[in-house]
Write a protein that binds this ligand. Sequence first.
Ligand code: HEM
Length: 414
Amino acid sequence: TKQIPEIKMIDNTVNVVTEGYNFVGKRMSQMDTDVFEARILGKKMIVMTGRDAAELFYDESKIKREGAMPARIQKTLFGVNGIHTKDGQKHKIRKAMFMSMMTEERLAHLRTILQEEWKRKGLEMQQKKRAVLFDEAEELILRALCRWTGVPLTDAESWRRAYEVGVMIDAAGGIGKRYREGEKVRIKTEGWIQEVIEAVRDGRMKAEEGTPVHTVAFHEEEGELLDAHMAAIELLNVIRPAVAVARFVAFAALALHDFPEWKNKLSTTKELNNFANEVRRFYPFTPFLPAVVKEDFEWKGYRFKEGRHVILDVHGINRDPRIWEKPELFNPDRFHDFVDDRFNFIPQGGGDPETGHRCPGEPIAVMIIEESVRYLAENLSYDVPEQDLTINMVRMPTLPKDRFILDNIKVTER
Ligand code: HEM
């Protein structure tokens, strides 16, 4: 066996914090390796990148999730002890609940809702003349998702709730005040959704069969309903990540602005889909994913010891030159004949979403980006005023600094 290259520092947490998305890539190229060991957050971890590392990471006989997700990320982003932390049979039963929401018919309904919400949003923004696209997209998506899932949301509360869900997402990589705010709004938002679950169960609120609120409220494991709080966490695991797609909406608008030649190449469904995928590949979102070695094994001559924490460099795999030709170029056409083998394009995780931890929400994320780009490119005219559009690669999650301001907004009906 070979020795896994090691970064001999007492702890690298500070480097992760100061280098952000580029922490892994920088080390990998300095050491010319796909694997290294480093102490991060007080634990020795194996950090890995590349397509083959992704395949290993999703091999359930070798790698598990229990004990992997840092508590602070559960308390802000995901909710404590939700699906992200489960293994084996428990995970499969819970995952089936999420996958059952993604039927073709239900997804087609979501697309209609998104188109209606964009029409409404266009008129609202036209009236305002000037708007911050990221904030508008968060509110639009929350509205759309509440309609689709069956969670009541009044006009009076939609901006506040969208802001709170946004704070939860933003807190994931935060420390100090940013973290504490996230923890606070998560408790509040879980309370809101828990009340909806309880009302549906008591019959005080009607929920149509097949809607996610109904699915989650009446999902059973070993003959029992989920605890109402856990049900709220899992329903939020649908609504919250959809709201997070607002980041990709802002990035997509930035792409239309920085590479305007693509605007005229969005006439077919395939071209729109390629554009959405290139947005998911090119712009930084999920930085890394954590897991734990289930039992001792050897991989490419390296020994992985039971209990060792591992980290997969998702961002690096999106930019890996062994997978992508000229990865630093924004080029939706690269998806024209791209052969997806489940481990080479993993902005939302790899493997099979039915059986493993891969995100069940990819069709939703892609659809939100597609419908947003379609509306921005075809139905809205706007100026992009002077503003700071730099993307801070140290901050996780990140965003164009001024959240993409639009000016002189006009709906251009076709
Ligand atoms: C899991 C990313 C949108 C629901 C994940 C994972 C990633 C991810 C990286 C973890 C994969 C793993 O642990 O191996 C994203 C990104 C999104 C997005 C970047 C867009 C901004 C969505 C949407 C939904 C969703 C719209 C709505 C259903 C979930 C759930 C899991 C998950 C429930 C847990 C799956 C499991 O542990 O089996 N997502 N996601 N995500 N995502 Fe998404």
